[in-house]
Design a protein around this ligand. Structure first.
Ligand code: ATP
Length: 136
């Protein structure tokens, strides 16, 4: 049994892609264990993105992530961490492979932050940390 934190970022929510993204997670066979809409504040985002503090895209990233509601998802399934990252595709939506969430639904909008629709934890350690952060 494994769990991961998935976020539908504010760009995905604004574009009305929440349902499509949930559909892909469920179609792959993962279980939606818990789900909620969150207006993320600076404190939550600074903790969530602690590893990026000080990088040039940090401020634009926090601005973007606090620009509207995010859907936070606790998803479960064997190898769900790796599996969801594969579903999400590469960070840069312009070059993310077709067939992936970012590759099919995302693109560049000429901004200094990559609005790439989703986040997924990248290890068991970050999944534990991020689930505690977003779901308590
Ligand atoms: P992945 O790990 O699949 O690349 P991620 O969301 O974990 O996706 P991170 O490298 O942790 O990616 O970066 C966090 C977020 O910061 C990205 O999803 C993206 O929104 C933004 N970002 C990352 N790198 C850049 C960059 N070079 N320029 C602008 N925004 C970036």
């Amino acid at each position: 049994h494994e769990e991961t934190l998935i976020l539908v970022k504010p760009d995905g929510v604004k574009r009305g892609l929440t349902g499509e993204i949930l559909r892909r997670i469920e179609a792959k066979g993962y279980v939606l264990v818990d789900l909620k809409m969150v207006q993320a504040d600076r404190d939550l985002l600074t903790s969530h993105y602690a590893e990026h503090e000080g990088k040039p895209f940090f401020e634009p990233l926090v601005e973007f992530m606090s620009s509207g509601p995010t859907v936070a998802i606790r998803a479960a399934g064997d190898r769900v961490i790796e599996g969801f990252r594969s579903l999400a595709g590469a960070t840069d939506p312009t070059t993310a492979a077709p067939g992936t969430i970012r590759g099919d639904l995302g693109r560049d909008w000429g901004l200094n932050v990559q609005q790439n629709l989703v986040h997924g934890s990248d290890s068991t350690l970050s999944a534990e940390r991020e689930l505690a952060l977003w779901f308590g």
